[in-house]
Structure formats: structure tokens, C-alpha cells
Ligand binder design. Sequence first.
Ligand code: ZN
Length: 327
Amino acid sequence: MTYLTDRDMLKEQQSLPNREITGLDSVLRATMEAPFNAYMLIGDEDETLTQALLFSACLKCQFGGCLTCNICKLILAKDHPDVVVFERSGPTLSAQDARQVVTLSKRSPKSGKFQILIIPEAHLMNEANPILLKTIEEPPPTTIFFLLATHVEAKMDTLRSRCILVKIRKKAVSESKYVDTVLKILHYLDGTVTGVDSAVTSYFACIEENIDLVKLSQQSQMDEFKNSIQMQGKGNTTLLKLFDDQQKREIRKFKNDVQKNIMVTLQHIIADQTKEQIDNLGSNSMDVAGKFEIIKSINRYIKNLERNPNDALQVTSLFIELSELLN
Ligand SMILES: [Zn+2]
């Protein structure tokens, strides 16, 4: 197992503005500064491929993975010369396919320091296994392998032990999951002080509940990560620290995202209710300007989140304002 450390690349990347790619798995992100030469991604076929491509974009893009520049677009379209998604010739990865992969792995990158070789459905390899194994054990220093598999079979054990194993989970955060919380908050905002208190409590309870779920999944990711680097015989504390910091940043970002999603849901529900009232009763029957003020106040709150996340005082003052405007 080679550990590809490149100080120049590290320096170059640290100065880049956009190091956080939306949706890139935290293990992959943590190893970004000093990539391993072989990853095995376990999970849904599309999801693992997306992760491998996002990782490649992050590595090759001069902005650290902006997803909008030409390089990023080519990578995501599977059309970049240094990011190859290997297409096997038959139903399984044959010995001939494997030899082709080995040849490809010996090429130098057309630009930058690395080329990335992605092999989908790596669980479908039999006779190819020993040929690939040798290359992955002693890989060309400028090639990074991504083996994608929906599951690990016993026949893959040796191959797997040469890779960093990353389990890719499907992300499932939808805005609609906050509707119940928002309706509860609106119910509490009845113009009374105790109502505002209850609304604030519901708001933070919802955030904490969601964060607990993320923390649980992070804990298992951390355990897997520790096992994985132990299997490589590397008790690398720097890497663990990096991973830990990464998880903390993720929690902070997630907390902000949950707050934003609750607030946007709140805006949508208020806007829908207003529209319904206007349809039924006409715009003269109610204070449309007041409802508009509410939407604007929530907007201000969302904007402030970036600077001052999770501020109980701000939520309280927003809810007091809403409570007055709604009643
Ligand atoms: Zn880019």
C-alpha cells in the first residue's frame, strides 16, 4: 500500500477557495489532501460512481472541485482523459479486461499529478482478480484506483485488504420532513409568551434529533475508518485528527442546513396559507403586507445563520416577531 503524499499538491490545494464539495463522502474528503492509491467503495451503483467522480473533480479541478468549470464538467460527464470509468468487454471483468486496466494504470496523467481509474461492479471479477491485485499492490505512483462494488464477496478479501474500504450511504434528507415541526411551531405562535417558548423548544428539539442521527452515522464511519487504516498498518493520528475535524465541520454545516430547511419550509407554508386565504376571501380581507414582512424576516434570519449559527436569542426574537404578525 503506497501512501501518496505530495507536499506541493497539498500546498496548492490549501490555497484554493472551494475545498468543500457538496455531497462528497466524509472519508473521501478526509483523505483528499493525501490520497491513497486504491479505494473500494461499497454501496449503490450510481451513488458509488458519483462519489468517485466527485472525488476526481475535487482532485483535478484548479478550484478544488467547483463543479462548474470545464474540467469538473468533463469529469462528471465521464469524459476527462485522466478520469477513466473502465468499461469491461463482457458480463464479468475478464483477465483481458484486467490486463487493459493494468496498461491504462501505467499511463502518465495528461495534466496534473494523478489519473483516476474507476472500475464499476468490481464484485464481478474472477480470473481478473490476481492480475489487478498485483498492480494495486505495487501501483504506479500517479494512479488512483476506485473499485466500486455493491457488496464484498469472500473472493475479494485480498483485494479489499489492499484498498481503503468506504461504505457509501444513500443520502435522504428531504425538506418535507420538517413540515410537522413547522406546523407545530405555527400552532404555538398564538401571540403569547409561553407560546413563543414552546415554539423555540420545538425548533431546537427538531434540530438536536436530526443531529443525533448524523452523530450516530459518523461514529460508525469513524470506526470503519479506524479499522481500515489499521488494516494498512498505519496508526496515523494526523489522519484521524483530520477525519475528526472534518466530522465536526460537517456537524456545524448540517446544523445550519437543518435550520435553513426548517425556515424555508416555514416560509413555504405561510406563503401557501396566504395564497389560500386570498383565493377564498380576497386580498382586502387580510394583511398581505404583514405576511410579506414575515417572509422577509425569515429571509434575514437565514442570511444571518452563516455568520451566527444556532443563536437561541435570534430564533426567539424572530418567533416573537412572527407571533405578533400572525395574530
Ligand atoms: Zn472545477
